[in-house]
Design a protein around this ligand. Structure first.
Ligand code: SAM
Length: 371
């Protein structure tokens, strides 16, 4: 394996780059920096493996394997043939190329991807396939082509525990970053009164138990030439054992199916013992016994304008229940609409930047400890 460090890029949901950077630094990637669309730092392949295994907030981990200036397609064709594909790819593992173009003379992403695929097939001999497990990402920006390999494969919000998902689930990666943005570090109970498939509750419980997000899944990097199975096993084995926190994680939802789903997801994730799910309307929830903690929730938000009026009573009920019964707890509400957030009547702090989620812009509305 080469000793030369290369750029490792963690893809972040737009608007949460700084929160992801904080996580990366905490995980020992001390030089991590916020860049457009994510977080970058220099490292080696074991760092790529560890980032996939341990970082909760990244959508993918990309490893930069080459870069060159490029003005037109014939030049791309020529320079792509000079990339040392064999240092990273395996000749027996199918690969595909995705390209994007921005502020560049080459503007046809499809044509660019096809040139690079041809270069790989003809110069190196790896099979090209539309459903290949390995994806090469070519980003052409300001006439410079950056070549990266997606080391994750399936997106990292797929932890490998959720078979069942409800409508509009929040991605685990984003949920973990919102938890962090609410100041959650695994040392207090968490409650989600509209838990859907249980994403916030599971993420919070896993963080408190010290479980790595990637512990139960496989990654694309296992099929690269740079992979060292023995070193990877050693890295996985060196992870600290799970701990059992003294507090619990609570989810409720008015929908019985959601509760069933959450329980099954929690059991698969190995946090069934420290989570509790009950079917209840938001107005019925009670403050759990024990220390105060964090209520975090993404209530339904109407995509259509007419829905907003109908939703106001739900937000009012949420706000009333929390103000009356959750003294000492902090609250984080993720929603699209400032008027709906205000309908809760809760004392929110100034909001951070909004975040793109399923084509909508959502914002975290967070409080300090309720009076
Ligand atoms: C946007 S989804 C939450 C998704 C969840 N965070 C996840 O990742 O799966 C909103 C949830 O609120 C629930 N809900 C709607 N009205 C409710 C009410 N009055 N009381 C409790 N839950 C309610 C819905 O059943 C739905 O599961």
């Amino acid at each position: 394996m080469s000793d030369v460090p290369f750029e490792i890029f963690l893809v972040a949901p737009p608007g949460l780059e700084a929160v992801l950077c904080e996580e990366a630094r905490e995980r020992g990637f001390a030089e991590a920096k916020v860049v457009e669309g994510g977080v970058a730092f220099m490292g080696h392949w074991p760092d790529v493996w560890r980032a996939n295994l341990e970082i909760r907030g990244a959508g993918r981990v990309l490893a930069r394997i080459g870069g060159f200036r490029v003005m037109h397609l014939a030049q791309l064709d020529k320079r792509a043939r000079k990339v040392a594909w064999g240092d990273v790819l395996r000749p027996d593992v199918p690969v595909r190329v995705e390209a994007s173009c921005k502020r560049s003379r080459i503007y046809h992403a499809g044509a660019a991807a096809q040139r690079i695929e041809t270069a790989i097939a003809e110069e190196f001999g790896a099979p090209i396939s539309a459903d290949a497990a390995i994806t090469i990402k070519a980003r052409i920006e300001d006439d410079f082509c950056t070549i990266s390999v997606d080391s994750s494969g399936e997106m990292l919000h797929k932890r490998g525990h959720k078979e069942a998902v409800n409508r509009a689930p929040m991605r685990e990666t984003m949920a973990s970053l919102f938890l962090r943005q609410c100041g959650y570090g695994g040392l207090e109970p968490v409650l989600d009164p509209m838990c859907g498939s249980g994403t916030f509750v599971l993420e919070a419980a896993e963080i408190a138990a010290g479980l790595n997000p990637g512990r139960d899944r496989s990654f694309a990097f296992e099929q690269l030439a740079t992979f060292d199975a023995a070193a990877w096993q050693k890295l996985r084995a060196a992870q600290p054992a799970a701990t059992t926190p003294s507090f619990r994680f609570f989810g409720s939802d008015r929908d019985a199916g959601a509760i069933e789903m959450s329980r099954a997801n929690a059991a698969r994730a190995g946090v069934g013992e420290i989570t509790q799910f009950v079917q209840a309307k938001v107005s019925e929830i009670e403050r759990p016994d024990g220390p105060p903690g964090l209520v975090i929730v993404n209530p339904p938000y109407g995509a259509r304008i007419g829905n907003k009026k109908q939703l106001a009573p739900l937000y009012q009920a949420l706000g009333r229940t929390l103000s009356e019964r959750f003294s000492g707890w902090r609250v984080g509400i993720i929603t699209t609409d400032v008027a709906l957030a205000k309908a809760t009547g809760l004392p929110f702090k100034p909001s951070p930047q909004s975040v793109l989620h399923g084509g909508l812009r959502v914002t975290l509305f967070a409080t300090d400890e309720l009076a």
